[in-house]
Design a protein around this ligand. Structure first.
Ligand code: MLC
Length: 414
Protein backbone atom coordinates (compact mmCIF):
# COMPACT_ATOMS: atom_id res chain seq x y z
CA UNK A 1 0.00 0.00 0.00
CA UNK A 2 1.42 3.46 -0.84
CA UNK A 3 2.21 5.66 2.20
CA UNK A 4 -0.65 7.90 3.32
CA UNK A 5 -0.14 11.51 2.21
CA UNK A 6 -1.23 13.64 5.17
CA UNK A 7 -3.60 16.31 3.88
CA UNK A 8 -3.10 19.94 4.90
CA UNK A 9 -6.74 20.36 5.84
CA UNK A 10 -10.16 18.72 5.87
CA UNK A 11 -13.16 20.61 4.52
CA UNK A 12 -16.90 20.07 4.42
CA UNK A 13 -17.47 20.40 0.67
CA UNK A 14 -21.15 19.47 0.39
CA UNK A 15 -24.33 19.25 2.42
CA UNK A 16 -27.75 17.78 1.72
CA UNK A 17 -31.04 17.75 3.58
CA UNK A 18 -34.32 16.17 2.57
CA UNK A 19 -37.59 18.01 3.19
CA UNK A 20 -38.96 17.38 6.69
CA UNK A 21 -42.02 15.13 6.96
CA UNK A 22 -42.21 14.28 3.24
CA UNK A 23 -45.75 13.51 2.11
CA UNK A 24 -44.87 10.67 -0.23
CA UNK A 25 -44.92 7.39 1.71
CA UNK A 26 -42.19 5.98 -0.59
CA UNK A 27 -39.76 8.56 0.86
CA UNK A 28 -40.48 7.81 4.48
CA UNK A 29 -38.13 4.96 5.46
CA UNK A 30 -34.92 6.05 7.22
CA UNK A 31 -32.77 4.34 4.57
CA UNK A 32 -34.51 6.15 1.72
CA UNK A 33 -34.12 9.46 3.56
CA UNK A 34 -30.41 8.73 4.10
CA UNK A 35 -29.93 7.87 0.44
CA UNK A 36 -31.71 11.01 -0.72
CA UNK A 37 -29.72 13.23 1.62
CA UNK A 38 -26.47 11.63 0.44
CA UNK A 39 -27.45 12.18 -3.21
CA UNK A 40 -28.20 15.87 -2.48
CA UNK A 41 -24.84 16.27 -0.74
CA UNK A 42 -22.91 14.61 -3.62
CA UNK A 43 -24.69 16.85 -6.14
CA UNK A 44 -24.09 19.88 -3.96
CA UNK A 45 -20.34 19.09 -3.87
CA UNK A 46 -20.16 18.22 -7.58
CA UNK A 47 -18.70 14.73 -6.94
CA UNK A 48 -19.91 11.19 -7.58
CA UNK A 49 -20.68 8.15 -5.44
CA UNK A 50 -17.63 6.39 -6.91
CA UNK A 51 -15.39 9.11 -5.40
CA UNK A 52 -16.54 8.17 -1.91
CA UNK A 53 -14.10 6.02 0.08
CA UNK A 54 -15.50 6.59 3.55
CA UNK A 55 -19.03 6.39 4.93
CA UNK A 56 -20.26 7.05 8.44
CA UNK A 57 -23.89 6.52 9.40
CA UNK A 58 -25.89 7.19 12.53
CA UNK A 59 -28.45 4.50 13.43
CA UNK A 60 -32.17 5.21 13.16
CA UNK A 61 -34.96 4.43 15.63
CA UNK A 62 -37.77 3.77 13.16
CA UNK A 63 -35.95 1.03 11.24
CA UNK A 64 -32.81 0.02 13.11
CA UNK A 65 -30.24 -2.07 11.25
CA UNK A 66 -27.30 -4.02 12.51
CA UNK A 67 -24.24 -2.07 11.23
CA UNK A 68 -26.29 0.80 9.80
CA UNK A 69 -23.39 2.19 7.74
CA UNK A 70 -22.63 -1.20 6.17
CA UNK A 71 -26.32 -1.65 5.44
CA UNK A 72 -26.45 1.74 3.72
CA UNK A 73 -23.14 1.18 1.87
CA UNK A 74 -24.49 -2.14 0.55
CA UNK A 75 -27.80 -0.57 -0.50
CA UNK A 76 -26.12 2.21 -2.49
CA UNK A 77 -23.57 -0.13 -4.12
CA UNK A 78 -20.54 1.33 -2.35
CA UNK A 79 -19.84 -2.18 -1.04
CA UNK A 80 -18.44 -4.53 -2.16
CA UNK A 81 -15.42 -2.41 -3.02
CA UNK A 82 -11.73 -2.12 -2.12
CA UNK A 83 -10.25 0.51 0.22
CA UNK A 84 -13.55 1.68 1.64
CA UNK A 85 -13.88 2.60 5.33
CA UNK A 86 -17.43 2.24 6.61
CA UNK A 87 -18.44 2.87 10.24
CA UNK A 88 -21.58 3.25 12.34
CA UNK A 89 -21.27 5.83 15.10
CA UNK A 90 -23.63 5.76 18.05
CA UNK A 91 -23.34 8.66 20.45
CA UNK A 92 -27.08 9.36 20.29
CA UNK A 93 -27.93 12.89 19.20
CA UNK A 94 -24.23 13.79 19.25
CA UNK A 95 -23.77 11.28 16.38
CA UNK A 96 -23.50 13.73 13.46
CA UNK A 97 -20.80 15.79 15.21
CA UNK A 98 -18.98 12.64 16.40
CA UNK A 99 -19.25 11.48 12.77
CA UNK A 100 -17.80 14.74 11.49
CA UNK A 101 -14.80 14.42 13.83
CA UNK A 102 -14.37 10.73 12.93
CA UNK A 103 -14.48 11.61 9.23
CA UNK A 104 -11.67 14.08 9.81
CA UNK A 105 -9.63 11.34 11.53
CA UNK A 106 -10.32 8.92 8.64
CA UNK A 107 -8.98 11.54 6.24
CA UNK A 108 -5.98 12.64 8.34
CA UNK A 109 -4.86 9.19 9.51
CA UNK A 110 -6.47 6.41 7.49
CA UNK A 111 -6.00 7.46 3.91
CA UNK A 112 -9.63 8.30 3.06
CA UNK A 113 -10.09 11.41 0.98
CA UNK A 114 -13.86 11.77 0.59
CA UNK A 115 -16.08 10.72 3.50
CA UNK A 116 -19.85 11.09 3.88
CA UNK A 117 -21.60 11.39 7.23
CA UNK A 118 -25.26 10.42 6.88
CA UNK A 119 -28.29 10.32 9.18
CA UNK A 120 -31.99 9.79 8.56
CA UNK A 121 -35.04 8.81 10.55
CA UNK A 122 -38.80 8.63 10.33
CA UNK A 123 -40.01 8.90 13.92
CA UNK A 124 -43.03 11.05 13.05
CA UNK A 125 -44.18 8.24 10.80
CA UNK A 126 -44.42 5.98 13.87
CA UNK A 127 -47.57 6.21 15.98
CA UNK A 128 -47.09 8.20 19.20
CA UNK A 129 -47.42 4.99 21.17
CA UNK A 130 -44.83 3.08 19.12
CA UNK A 131 -42.42 6.03 19.22
CA UNK A 132 -42.59 6.19 23.02
CA UNK A 133 -42.24 2.41 23.35
CA UNK A 134 -38.93 2.64 21.50
CA UNK A 135 -37.73 6.02 22.82
CA UNK A 136 -38.51 5.10 26.44
CA UNK A 137 -36.21 2.07 26.21
CA UNK A 138 -33.14 4.05 25.16
CA UNK A 139 -32.35 5.89 28.38
CA UNK A 140 -34.40 3.97 30.90
CA UNK A 141 -33.07 2.05 33.88
CA UNK A 142 -34.89 0.97 37.04
CA UNK A 143 -32.38 2.98 39.12
CA UNK A 144 -33.31 6.19 37.30
CA UNK A 145 -37.05 5.82 38.03
CA UNK A 146 -38.06 7.93 35.06
CA UNK A 147 -41.72 7.89 34.03
CA UNK A 148 -42.84 7.75 30.41
CA UNK A 149 -42.09 9.83 28.39
CA UNK A 150 -38.66 8.89 29.73
CA UNK A 151 -36.50 11.29 27.74
CA UNK A 152 -38.58 14.45 28.40
CA UNK A 153 -38.79 13.34 32.06
CA UNK A 154 -35.01 12.97 32.30
CA UNK A 155 -34.38 16.45 30.92
CA UNK A 156 -37.15 17.80 33.14
CA UNK A 157 -35.31 16.44 36.17
CA UNK A 158 -32.18 18.29 35.05
CA UNK A 159 -34.26 21.46 34.54
CA UNK A 160 -35.52 21.13 38.12
CA UNK A 161 -31.92 20.67 39.33
CA UNK A 162 -30.95 23.87 37.51
CA UNK A 163 -33.94 25.75 38.99
CA UNK A 164 -33.01 24.61 42.50
CA UNK A 165 -29.26 25.17 42.24
CA UNK A 166 -28.95 28.16 39.93
CA UNK A 167 -32.34 29.85 40.32
CA UNK A 168 -33.43 29.65 36.68
CA UNK A 169 -37.16 30.28 36.23
CA UNK A 170 -39.98 28.53 34.42
CA UNK A 171 -40.30 31.57 32.09
CA UNK A 172 -36.61 31.37 31.22
CA UNK A 173 -37.07 27.75 30.19
CA UNK A 174 -40.10 28.68 28.06
CA UNK A 175 -38.25 31.60 26.44
CA UNK A 176 -35.88 29.06 24.80
CA UNK A 177 -38.72 27.48 22.85
CA UNK A 178 -40.29 30.89 22.06
CA UNK A 179 -36.96 32.17 20.72
CA UNK A 180 -36.34 29.04 18.65
CA UNK A 181 -39.80 29.41 17.10
CA UNK A 182 -38.93 32.97 15.95
CA UNK A 183 -35.73 31.67 14.37
CA UNK A 184 -37.55 28.77 12.65
CA UNK A 185 -40.20 31.08 11.22
CA UNK A 186 -37.39 32.75 9.22
CA UNK A 187 -36.13 29.48 7.67
CA UNK A 188 -38.07 28.21 4.64
CA UNK A 189 -37.58 24.51 5.47
CA UNK A 190 -38.45 24.61 9.19
CA UNK A 191 -41.57 22.86 10.48
CA UNK A 192 -42.52 25.71 12.83
CA UNK A 193 -43.86 28.53 10.65
CA UNK A 194 -45.42 30.81 13.28
CA UNK A 195 -43.63 32.09 16.40
CA UNK A 196 -45.19 31.05 19.71
CA UNK A 197 -45.34 33.10 22.91
CA UNK A 198 -44.15 32.25 26.40
CA UNK A 199 -47.79 32.10 27.53
CA UNK A 200 -48.71 29.64 24.79
CA UNK A 201 -45.79 27.46 25.83
CA UNK A 202 -46.60 27.60 29.55
CA UNK A 203 -50.28 26.86 28.89
CA UNK A 204 -49.64 23.93 26.56
CA UNK A 205 -50.13 20.36 27.77
CA UNK A 206 -47.35 19.39 30.17
CA UNK A 207 -45.58 16.06 29.64
CA UNK A 208 -43.42 16.47 32.80
CA UNK A 209 -43.58 18.92 35.74
CA UNK A 210 -41.68 21.79 34.07
CA UNK A 211 -41.85 20.69 30.41
CA UNK A 212 -44.76 21.30 28.05
CA UNK A 213 -45.20 19.58 24.70
CA UNK A 214 -43.96 22.78 23.01
CA UNK A 215 -40.67 22.42 24.86
CA UNK A 216 -39.82 18.99 23.43
CA UNK A 217 -37.65 18.20 20.42
CA UNK A 218 -40.18 18.32 17.58
CA UNK A 219 -40.62 14.73 16.38
CA UNK A 220 -40.12 14.60 12.58
CA UNK A 221 -39.03 12.56 9.56
CA UNK A 222 -36.00 13.65 7.58
CA UNK A 223 -32.46 12.92 6.42
CA UNK A 224 -29.24 14.90 6.20
CA UNK A 225 -25.70 14.32 4.96
CA UNK A 226 -22.39 16.13 4.84
CA UNK A 227 -19.31 15.37 2.75
CA UNK A 228 -15.78 15.90 4.00
CA UNK A 229 -12.77 15.96 1.71
CA UNK A 230 -9.01 16.23 2.03
CA UNK A 231 -7.16 19.19 0.54
CA UNK A 232 -5.43 16.62 -1.75
CA UNK A 233 -8.80 15.45 -3.12
CA UNK A 234 -9.93 19.04 -3.67
CA UNK A 235 -6.75 19.73 -5.67
CA UNK A 236 -6.93 16.50 -7.69
CA UNK A 237 -10.57 17.09 -8.60
CA UNK A 238 -9.87 20.67 -9.63
CA UNK A 239 -12.46 21.94 -7.14
CA UNK A 240 -12.16 25.52 -5.89
CA UNK A 241 -9.50 25.56 -3.14
CA UNK A 242 -11.74 27.64 -0.89
CA UNK A 243 -14.78 25.39 -1.41
CA UNK A 244 -16.90 24.75 1.69
CA UNK A 245 -15.58 25.18 5.21
CA UNK A 246 -12.57 23.90 7.15
CA UNK A 247 -12.85 21.66 10.21
CA UNK A 248 -10.44 23.43 12.56
CA UNK A 249 -10.99 21.69 15.86
CA UNK A 250 -13.09 19.29 17.85
CA UNK A 251 -13.63 17.68 21.21
CA UNK A 252 -15.78 15.04 22.84
CA UNK A 253 -16.66 14.12 26.41
CA UNK A 254 -19.11 11.80 28.14
CA UNK A 255 -21.56 11.59 31.01
CA UNK A 256 -23.81 8.80 32.43
CA UNK A 257 -26.72 7.46 30.35
CA UNK A 258 -29.37 8.64 32.78
CA UNK A 259 -29.52 11.07 35.71
CA UNK A 260 -29.72 9.94 39.36
CA UNK A 261 -33.18 9.41 40.83
CA UNK A 262 -32.89 12.26 43.31
CA UNK A 263 -32.11 15.83 42.35
CA UNK A 264 -30.06 16.11 45.55
CA UNK A 265 -27.71 13.40 44.19
CA UNK A 266 -27.09 15.26 40.93
CA UNK A 267 -23.90 17.26 40.49
CA UNK A 268 -22.01 19.13 37.80
CA UNK A 269 -19.95 15.94 37.31
CA UNK A 270 -22.59 14.46 34.98
CA UNK A 271 -22.32 17.21 32.35
CA UNK A 272 -19.75 17.11 29.58
CA UNK A 273 -20.35 19.92 27.07
CA UNK A 274 -17.97 22.34 28.77
CA UNK A 275 -15.16 19.79 28.64
CA UNK A 276 -15.83 18.96 24.97
CA UNK A 277 -15.95 22.67 24.07
CA UNK A 278 -12.71 23.28 25.97
CA UNK A 279 -10.91 20.57 23.99
CA UNK A 280 -12.33 21.96 20.72
CA UNK A 281 -11.33 25.55 21.55
CA UNK A 282 -7.81 24.39 22.47
CA UNK A 283 -7.38 22.43 19.27
CA UNK A 284 -8.67 25.31 17.15
CA UNK A 285 -6.69 27.82 19.25
CA UNK A 286 -9.68 30.10 19.52
CA UNK A 287 -12.08 31.19 22.26
CA UNK A 288 -15.79 32.05 22.43
CA UNK A 289 -15.18 35.62 21.20
CA UNK A 290 -13.73 34.27 17.96
CA UNK A 291 -16.96 32.40 17.11
CA UNK A 292 -19.52 34.21 14.96
CA UNK A 293 -22.23 31.51 14.80
CA UNK A 294 -23.20 28.82 17.31
CA UNK A 295 -25.25 25.72 16.40
CA UNK A 296 -26.20 24.50 19.87
CA UNK A 297 -28.16 21.36 20.70
CA UNK A 298 -31.56 22.24 22.20
CA UNK A 299 -33.63 19.04 22.45
CA UNK A 300 -35.18 20.62 25.57
CA UNK A 301 -34.74 24.16 26.95
CA UNK A 302 -32.37 23.03 29.68
CA UNK A 303 -29.96 21.72 27.04
CA UNK A 304 -29.78 25.14 25.35
CA UNK A 305 -29.46 26.97 28.67
CA UNK A 306 -26.58 24.77 29.77
CA UNK A 307 -25.01 24.97 26.30
CA UNK A 308 -24.75 28.78 26.22
CA UNK A 309 -22.91 28.52 29.53
CA UNK A 310 -20.72 25.59 28.49
CA UNK A 311 -19.47 27.27 25.31
CA UNK A 312 -18.67 30.47 27.22
CA UNK A 313 -21.46 32.80 26.07
CA UNK A 314 -22.92 33.23 29.56
CA UNK A 315 -21.43 32.78 33.05
CA UNK A 316 -22.34 29.60 34.92
CA UNK A 317 -25.89 29.78 36.20
CA UNK A 318 -26.79 32.71 33.94
CA UNK A 319 -27.77 30.88 30.77
CA UNK A 320 -31.49 31.25 31.53
CA UNK A 321 -31.36 35.02 31.99
CA UNK A 322 -29.06 35.33 28.93
CA UNK A 323 -31.68 33.68 26.71
CA UNK A 324 -34.70 35.36 28.29
CA UNK A 325 -33.18 38.85 27.89
CA UNK A 326 -32.35 38.26 24.27
CA UNK A 327 -35.79 36.83 23.59
CA UNK A 328 -37.44 40.04 24.86
CA UNK A 329 -34.94 42.20 22.96
CA UNK A 330 -35.80 40.34 19.75
CA UNK A 331 -39.57 40.56 20.30
CA UNK A 332 -39.23 44.33 20.88
CA UNK A 333 -36.90 44.76 17.91
CA UNK A 334 -39.26 42.92 15.56
CA UNK A 335 -42.24 44.89 16.88
CA UNK A 336 -40.52 48.22 16.14
CA UNK A 337 -38.97 47.24 12.82
CA UNK A 338 -40.49 43.97 11.47
CA UNK A 339 -38.59 44.08 8.19
CA UNK A 340 -35.26 45.56 9.20
CA UNK A 341 -34.55 44.00 12.60
CA UNK A 342 -32.34 40.92 12.46
CA UNK A 343 -32.63 38.50 15.41
CA UNK A 344 -29.23 37.03 14.51
CA UNK A 345 -27.55 40.36 15.37
CA UNK A 346 -28.63 39.78 18.98
CA UNK A 347 -28.57 35.98 19.00
CA UNK A 348 -26.25 34.38 16.41
CA UNK A 349 -27.36 30.96 17.61
CA UNK A 350 -29.54 28.33 15.90
CA UNK A 351 -30.73 30.64 13.14
CA UNK A 352 -32.64 27.64 11.76
CA UNK A 353 -34.72 27.11 14.94
CA UNK A 354 -33.02 24.04 16.45
CA UNK A 355 -34.70 20.84 17.59
CA UNK A 356 -37.42 22.76 19.42
CA UNK A 357 -38.73 24.39 16.26
CA UNK A 358 -36.91 23.42 13.04
CA UNK A 359 -37.60 19.71 13.44
CA UNK A 360 -36.00 16.70 15.13
CA UNK A 361 -35.83 13.36 13.32
CA UNK A 362 -34.30 11.48 16.28
CA UNK A 363 -30.47 11.51 15.85
CA UNK A 364 -30.42 13.67 12.70
CA UNK A 365 -30.79 17.21 14.13
CA UNK A 366 -27.15 17.96 15.05
CA UNK A 367 -26.64 17.62 11.30
CA UNK A 368 -28.90 20.65 10.87
CA UNK A 369 -26.61 22.61 13.20
CA UNK A 370 -23.71 21.68 10.90
CA UNK A 371 -25.62 22.47 7.68
CA UNK A 372 -26.72 25.85 9.09
CA UNK A 373 -23.12 26.58 10.14
CA UNK A 374 -21.91 25.80 6.60
CA UNK A 375 -24.56 28.16 5.16
CA UNK A 376 -23.50 30.87 7.60
CA UNK A 377 -19.79 30.46 6.85
CA UNK A 378 -20.31 30.40 3.08
CA UNK A 379 -22.58 33.44 3.41
CA UNK A 380 -25.48 31.67 1.74
CA UNK A 381 -28.05 31.83 4.57
CA UNK A 382 -29.97 34.65 2.92
CA UNK A 383 -30.95 38.08 4.28
CA UNK A 384 -33.34 36.81 6.98
CA UNK A 385 -30.77 34.61 8.71
CA UNK A 386 -27.27 35.55 7.60
CA UNK A 387 -24.94 36.45 10.47
CA UNK A 388 -22.78 39.42 9.45
CA UNK A 389 -19.23 38.57 8.49
CA UNK A 390 -19.45 34.98 9.79
CA UNK A 391 -15.96 33.45 9.73
CA UNK A 392 -16.03 30.81 12.47
CA UNK A 393 -18.76 28.56 13.82
CA UNK A 394 -19.12 26.17 16.75
CA UNK A 395 -21.49 23.20 16.49
CA UNK A 396 -22.54 21.04 19.43
CA UNK A 397 -24.33 17.69 19.49
CA UNK A 398 -25.70 16.06 22.65
CA UNK A 399 -26.66 12.41 23.04
CA UNK A 400 -28.82 10.58 25.56
CA UNK A 401 -29.67 12.66 28.63
CA UNK A 402 -26.49 14.75 28.66
CA UNK A 403 -24.62 11.47 28.05
CA UNK A 404 -22.42 12.46 25.09
CA UNK A 405 -21.10 15.82 23.98
CA UNK A 406 -19.39 16.44 20.67
CA UNK A 407 -18.24 19.90 19.63
CA UNK A 408 -16.61 20.99 16.38
CA UNK A 409 -15.24 24.33 15.30
CA UNK A 410 -15.49 25.24 11.65
CA UNK A 411 -13.89 28.08 9.73
CA UNK A 412 -14.68 29.79 6.45
CA UNK A 413 -11.05 29.19 5.42
CA UNK A 414 -11.11 31.79 2.63
C1 MLC B 1 -44.67 18.44 19.55
N1 MLC B 1 -45.47 19.26 18.87
C2 MLC B 1 -44.86 20.41 18.68
C3 MLC B 1 -43.60 20.28 19.27
N2 MLC B 1 -43.50 19.04 19.80
N3 MLC B 1 -45.27 21.51 18.05
C4 MLC B 1 -44.41 22.53 18.00
N4 MLC B 1 -43.17 22.49 18.54
C5 MLC B 1 -42.74 21.39 19.18
N5 MLC B 1 -41.51 21.36 19.71
C6 MLC B 1 -46.80 18.99 18.36
C7 MLC B 1 -46.78 17.86 17.36
O1 MLC B 1 -46.43 18.33 16.06
C8 MLC B 1 -48.19 17.36 17.43
O2 MLC B 1 -49.05 18.16 16.65
C9 MLC B 1 -48.53 17.57 18.90
O3 MLC B 1 -47.62 18.54 19.41
C10 MLC B 1 -48.36 16.31 19.70
O4 MLC B 1 -47.05 15.78 19.47
P1 MLC B 1 -46.84 14.24 19.27
O5 MLC B 1 -45.39 13.92 19.34
O6 MLC B 1 -47.56 13.76 18.06
O7 MLC B 1 -47.64 13.74 20.57
P2 MLC B 1 -47.51 12.58 21.56
O8 MLC B 1 -47.50 11.27 20.84
O9 MLC B 1 -48.54 12.80 22.61
O10 MLC B 1 -46.06 12.75 22.23
C11 MLC B 1 -45.71 13.92 22.89
C12 MLC B 1 -44.26 13.77 23.39
C13 MLC B 1 -43.38 13.32 22.22
C14 MLC B 1 -43.84 15.10 23.95
C15 MLC B 1 -44.24 12.72 24.50
O11 MLC B 1 -43.55 14.23 21.13
C16 MLC B 1 -41.93 13.27 22.61
O12 MLC B 1 -41.50 12.37 23.32
N6 MLC B 1 -41.14 14.23 22.15
C17 MLC B 1 -39.72 14.28 22.46
C18 MLC B 1 -38.96 13.53 21.42
C19 MLC B 1 -37.57 13.16 21.91
O13 MLC B 1 -37.43 12.71 23.07
N7 MLC B 1 -36.55 13.30 21.09
C20 MLC B 1 -35.20 13.04 21.52
C21 MLC B 1 -34.70 14.21 22.28
S1 MLC B 1 -33.24 13.79 23.21
P3 MLC B 1 -49.63 17.61 15.25
O14 MLC B 1 -50.44 18.77 14.78
O15 MLC B 1 -48.44 17.30 14.42
O16 MLC B 1 -50.41 16.39 15.63
C22 MLC B 1 -31.99 14.01 22.14
C23 MLC B 1 -30.73 13.31 22.45
C24 MLC B 1 -30.67 11.99 21.78
O17 MLC B 1 -32.18 14.64 21.16
O18 MLC B 1 -29.64 11.29 21.95
O19 MLC B 1 -31.60 11.64 21.08
Amino acid sequence: MPPIRIPRSVRIIGTGITPLNPRSSSQISPTILMQQALRFALDNAGVGLKDLNGLIAVPSLADTHFMEAHYLATQIGMLPGKSKIVRTMDTGGAGPVTGLLEAKRMIMHEGADLVAVVAGDAVKNLSGEEFLKRADQTCNHPEAELKSPVIPSGYDRVAQYQMKNFGITREQLASCSALMSIMASRHPSALTRVPRTIDQILNARHVAPVTSVLECARRADGGAAILLASSNFIEQKGLARDKGVVVIGGGEASGPLFPPKNISDMSEEMFSCEEAAGVAYDEAQVGPRDIDFFGLYDCFPICLIRAVEAVGLAPKGHGGSFIEERYHQIVEGLKKDPNGFKPQDVFPINTHGGLLAFGAPWEVPAMYNIVEAVEQLTHSAGPHRQVRNARRALVYGNGGIFSASAVAILGSGK
